[in-house]
Design a protein around this ligand. Structure first.
Ligand SMILES: [Zn+2]
Length: 403
């Protein structure tokens, strides 16, 4: 008690009780551990400890990764892009998407999951039997409520149902989608200053929105923290090329960084599961082969632009279609109905344009905004950055049937 009432006045009754019960009376408490003890030294060791603790715990699947960005410079030519100097960005914290899906499906909350998508209807009159309700019946009305009642998920499920079954699975194994809903929003942590976070979260769309949206259910999974381009890149660029990186080069690097972080997330494990599914014994005791699919992604315009590698408010400013800026005012009119708009697709011809632009930048030393590069990229508001989603897809196809 003398210790309690001497020194600082911040020690509460509860904390004293905790000290006695969890430390002094602990079975493994040994006085000799404190020989030569220094608080300062221990705190320093904690600071320098490499194993992530707290929110970035290895136990929760957090990994620390790094990515490399190739640095171009005008009038500097390389035999190929892979010969250009690269800058490494360290300390990217992320979690494996597969471990998130597995842990969500093994958790007791899984019992509330709707693994099989369905169409939901409401009846206007209570006399109608549910079985008698054809869609389009005037007495029935389709209800759009959750991801698992959407056409998008129903269509994806049809594709999975059409896949040949894995010969190793017995017939009781259900083939279902693990619908992922992504969300990211960069935030400034202070009103003044530069403290900043760019977290990326995922939700499992098989859970009702009423449960997903309840903060006390902890249904959001922290998935990654996208870092800012470190200031060191300028020093590195200066050391390599003897000049500072231009604004356009920095913009290019920022765009590359975002895609490289996605490359970390869409790793071989994820792409293998995307193609072949992962076998999980879910919390309800049923074995399922889960196929991860991104069904939604929520972000503001600047992030959607960064994610889809297009120009901010360019000639075709929409991340999903090729509507021209001058025609945006026609939106909703007959002339510009959804059917007449061309979707933005990361197809081979788009990838070809980007590959050509990159070869000119790295192999011929063209400026990022040179006439030649602009001529092929500007019409579709593209950037000379490869969209990593398609990279990963191609990677999985070339892997073949690795089991
Ligand atoms: Zn659009």
């Amino acid at each position: 008690m003398k210790w309690q009432y001497s020194g600082g006045g911040q020690k509460s009754e509860g904390e004293l009780q905790r000290l006695v019960e969890t430390v002094i009376q602990a079975d493994d408490f040994d006085k000799s551990h404190f020989t030569d003890y220094s608080v300062k030294r221990e705190l320093k060791a904690l600071d320098e400890h490499n194993t992530p603790v707290g929110i970035f715990s290895v136990k929760d699947g957090w990994k620390s990764g790094s990515v490399k960005i190739r640095l171009p410079k005008e009038d500097t030519m390389y035999a190929s892009e892979s010969h250009a100097p690269e800058f490494e960005v360290h300390g990217i914290w992320y979690r494996s998407l597969i471990s998130i899906i597995k842990s969500a499906d093994e958790d007791t909350t899984q019992k509330h999951f709707h693994n099989i998508p369905f169409k939901l209807f409401r009846r206007a009159s209570s006399d109608t039997e549910l079985e008698d309700l054809p869609s389009g019946d005037s007495d029935s009305e389709r209800v759009w409520a959750d991801l698992y009642t959407s056409d998008a998920l129903l269509e994806e499920q049809e594709k999975i149902d059409a896949l040949p079954r894995n010969p190793e699975d017995d017939e009781t194994v259900e083939y279902v989608i693990a619908p992922i809903m992504g969300y990211s929003d960069s935030t400034h942590l202070t009103s003044f200053g530069t403290a900043y976070l760019w977290p990326f979260y995922t939700w499992i769309g098989a859970l009702s929105k009423y449960m997903r949206a309840k903060p006390s259910n902890f249904a959001a999974h922290h998935t990654a923290y996208i870092p800012k381009l470190p200031q060191l890149i300028q020093d590195f660029y200066h050391k390599t090329y003897g000049t500072a990186a231009t604004l356009n080069i920095m913009r290019f690097c920022r765009s590359e960084l975002m895609q490289k972080v996605w490359d970390l997330l869409l790793d071989t494990e994820f792409m293998h599961a995307f193609k072949h599914g992962i076998l999980v014994t879910c919390a309800d005791g049923i074995r399922r082969r889960l196929f991860p699919r991104f069904l939604t992604y929520s972000a503001d315009y600047p992030e959607r632009v960064a994610l889809t590698c297009i120009r901010f408010l360019g000639r075709c400013p929409c991340p999903t279609c090729l509507v021209e800026k001058k025609n945006i005012a026609l939106m909703g009119s007959k002339r510009n109905s959804a059917g007449s708009r061309k979707s933005r697709v990361d197809d081979e011809s788009t990838q070809g344009l980007i590959a050509r632009a990159r070869s000119w930048i790295f192999e011929r030393g063209y400026r990022l905004t040179s006439k030649m590069v602009e001529r092929i990229l500007k019409p579709l508001s593209l950037l000379p950055t490869r969209f990593m989603g398609s990279q990963a897809c191609r990677g999985s196809c070339s892997q073949g049937d690795v089991q």
